[in-house]
Design a protein around this ligand. Structure first.
Ligand code: SF4
Ligand code: SF4
Length: 385
């Protein structure tokens, strides 16, 4: 395992961080984390050098309104001496905060859920124009200072989903030690992007990267054009290796969070992380990734399948519908497209189909990719009608 300095925190963090957002579950239910598999995966990663475990209040829950099963899972997984081997990152659910007291209330609840007396890296979660306004008004900086003084948290940071100017404003507004941004070879110029990353790094802010595989999109069933680009390269690498190596190629990136769902993914990512030196891709390799990026640009909806928008009160399977429309746009000819149209009703049960949307707008408030979900679902209906 390779380690990098995490900006002003001065901690040495493993380049691979274990994200606890997409753990294996039983019966397809997000709350039912498969402890046997997931604990084995996390401990295997720690035994092989991973020292950064990332979770958040709502992960593996029923939506963004309450606490999920991920933080309590982390507590269980880190028993038997594993807590002392890692640093925990978790996040203040900024969208649930209505008063200054709420901040302490959630942090204290999270300490209990995690069964720990301190959180190593505490992030203000999912900052965007709306949540940042509230955080500023409620003086989140004073809360973070207090929490560091009394030892409940060790380092303060934020995670971000909005445009670059706001990112810079937030960076400048407080003495953050680290931040977490979405960064992968499709999103080099999206949200904070490369410019934001460099801006923060220049101020000594450690960089954690989320969505390095874009919710699995850069790995699963990659379109023919993407695979054709990778097939040209020697030595051969998997789509996951190309995507992770591209992120780790950036020397400003400290830790990259991967939401691993199987032991095979853990083993593969550990192997890739062992060669993840900065500036280790040559010009030809970077051009191959560029070709793959161009092929991906045909993707219709930039959904990462994070499920922050779920559950939909009308029953729509939002990420499932977007996955199907993207699959449709990836297809190379009309015959295949017609086949997928015919298969829509068998692959998407009627009660979860895009046509069930009643345009209430609840989902759009929570989408970190700022997707126009209602409009995109209308397009899904048009295509698959
Ligand atoms: S806008 Fe449509 S998809 Fe979104 S939550 Fe409301 S009904 Fe569901
Ligand atoms: S629509 Fe947005 S919130 Fe919903 S799964 Fe996709 S990226 Fe996540």
């Amino acid at each position: 395992m390779l380690y990098r300095t995490y900006g002003k925190t001065n901690e040495q963090v493993s380049v691979l961080g274990f994200g606890c957002m997409r753990l294996p579950v039983l019966d397809g239910i997000a709350r039912n984390i498969d402890d046997e598999k997931a604990i084995a995966m996390l401990r295997h990663a720690i035994d092989n050098g991973v020292n950064y475990v990332d979770t958040a209040y709502p992960y593996h829950g029923d939506g963004m309104g309450g606490g999920g099963a991920s933080e309590p899972f982390v507590a269980r997984a880190l028993k038997d001496g594993y807590r002392d081997k890692v640093m925990i990152a978790t996040k203040l659910p900024s969208w649930l905060i209505k008063t200054r007291e709420d901040m302490d209330r959630y942090l204290n609840e999270q300490l209990e859920r995690l069964e720990t007396d301190h959180i190593d890296f505490y992030l203000v979660h999912a900052l965007n124009a709306g949540t940042w306004k509230t955080m500023k008004e409620l003086n989140v900086g004073e809360f973070l200072d207090r929490a560091m003084e009394d030892g409940r948290i060790r380092h303060a940071g934020f995670s971000f989903h909005d445009e670059l100017p706001l990112f810079k404003e937030i960076v400048d507004a407080y003495d953050w030690s680290f931040c977490q941004v979405q960064y992968n070879y499709l999103d080099e110029y999206y949200q904070a992007g490369i410019e934001g990353l460099e801006y923060a790094a220049a101020k000594g802010i450690g960089i954690a990267v989320m969505e390095p595989l874009r919710g699995g999109k850069l790995v699963r069933d990659v379109p023919n054009g993407v695979q054709a680009a990778f097939d040209k390269a020697e030595p051969k690498r998997t789509p996951a290796e190309w995507a992770l190596r591209w992120v780790w190629n950036n020397p400003n990136v400290a830790v990259t969070l991967s939401g691993m769902s199987t032991m095979e993914q853990v083993v593969e990512n550990l192997k890739i992380a062992s060669v993840a030196e900065p500036n280790s891709l040559n010009q030809q390799e970077l051009e191959i990734v560029g070709e793959a990026r161009d092929a991906f640009r045909r993707m219709k909806v930039n959904c990462t399948a994070c499920a922050y928008c779920m559950p939909c009160p009308a029953g729509v399977n939002i990420p499932g519908n977007f996955s199907l429309i993207n699959e449709y746009y990836f297809l190379d000819n009309d015959r295949q497209k017609q086949g997928l149209k015919s298969a829509y009703t068998s692959r998407m049960e009627e009660e979860h189909s895009a046509s069930m949307c009643v345009e209430c707008g609840t989902c759009e408030e929570h989408c970190p990719q700022n997707l126009s979900i209602i409009e995109e679902l209308k397009h899904v209906v048009e295509v698959f009608a």
